[in-house]
Design a protein around this ligand. Structure first.
Ligand code: 15L
Length: 275
């Protein structure tokens, strides 16, 4: 069984992914926040903005799913430490430790300034919508360099929004169900012929803005479509107040200086309830 390191394992995507991949791979979970790992999985606490930590956690694994980082638009200093320095450290540590394959969950925000009336594929040039989006483009570029210069195998997944259901109208076009996430990540880990690939991490959504033919070429067959939730989602949609956000794929990332993590408020509310 392959040993797979998941960085950023305490985050929302990491939690869905480690649950879905349990039993398929030997999972080594890592984060700077503590985590009690599920049975059969290992947890190693690490801060990837330190090279020594990155070297420690990447030793002896077959593949890395590098989720760790700052996951929304926010202050430059936080993005710099987590997404630029942290990403460099993980890729470089993997190279030094002889780990060939890295899956990098980039983001729809690497291309968020494309308009919603456009369909984009994996060949379009990046149009980031935020400092966060720029940091994802950095990861894609670093992956390309490490593939070409060092022969590493890089699988870049421009993730939409992972969750049990689409959260709003925008997410109907980029929803990524946990089981489709697990399927695409497994392709990234196991496909024998990866050098440098960009795919979109979205389910088979009827309202998609993406031509995901590169993922399909590699074997991806999404099982879910947000259309099943369209009526209930649209019924809750508030009136449009931000025309720029509404016109572009990245939504509010195109105009806001800080964006709350959509997964965070619920967690905070649940914690408050428990107390
Ligand atoms: C992302 O890249 C974020 O990590 C996630 O928290 C969501 O904001 C998502 O994009 C989205 O666009 O919905």
């Amino acid at each position: 069984m392959k040993t797979v390191l998941i960085t950023g394992a305490t985050g929302d995507v990491g939690t869905h992914l480690s649950r879905e991949l349990a039993g398929r791979y030997q999972l080594r979970l890592s984060d700077r926040r503590p985590l009690k790992p599920p049975k059969g999985q290992k947890f190693v606490r690490a801060d990837i903005s330190k090279m020594s930590d990155a070297l420690r956690i990447t030793k002896g694994v077959d593949a890395i799913v590098h989720l760790g980082g700052y996951s929304v638009e926010g202050p430059w200093e936080s993005i710099l430490q987590a997404n630029i320095i942290g990403c460099y450290n993980v890729f470089e540590a993997a190279r030094r430790n002889g780990v060939k394959r890295i899956l990098f969950p980039t983001s729809n925000h690497a291309t968020g300034f494309y308009r919603r009336d456009q369909t984009i594929d994996h060949r379009v040039y990046p149009k980031p919508d935020s400092r966060y989006g720029v940091s994802k483009v950095f990861g894609e570029a670093l992956g390309s360099l490490y593939a070409d210069k060092y022969g590493m195998e890089m699988f870049m997944i421009r993730i939409g929004n992972v969750g049990p259901k689409p959260l709003d109208k925008r997410r109907l076009s980029l929803w990524f169900s946990p089981r489709d996430l697990a399927q695409l990540v497994s392709i990234g880990i196991d496909h024998p012929d990866i050098r440098f690939e960009i795919v979109y991490g979205v389910s088979g959504n009827k309202r998609s803005w993406y031509d995901n033919s590169n993922a399909v070429r590699l074997g991806y067959r999404p099982q879910d479509d947000s259309e099943a939730y369209a009526a209930e989602t649209l019924a809750k949609e508030p009136p449009v107040t931000d025309r720029i956000a509404e016109a572009h794929q990245g939504g509010v990332f195109c105009t806001a200086e800080e964006v709350p993590n959509p997964a965070a408020p619920k967690k905070a509310a649940a914690k408050r309830k428990k107390k």
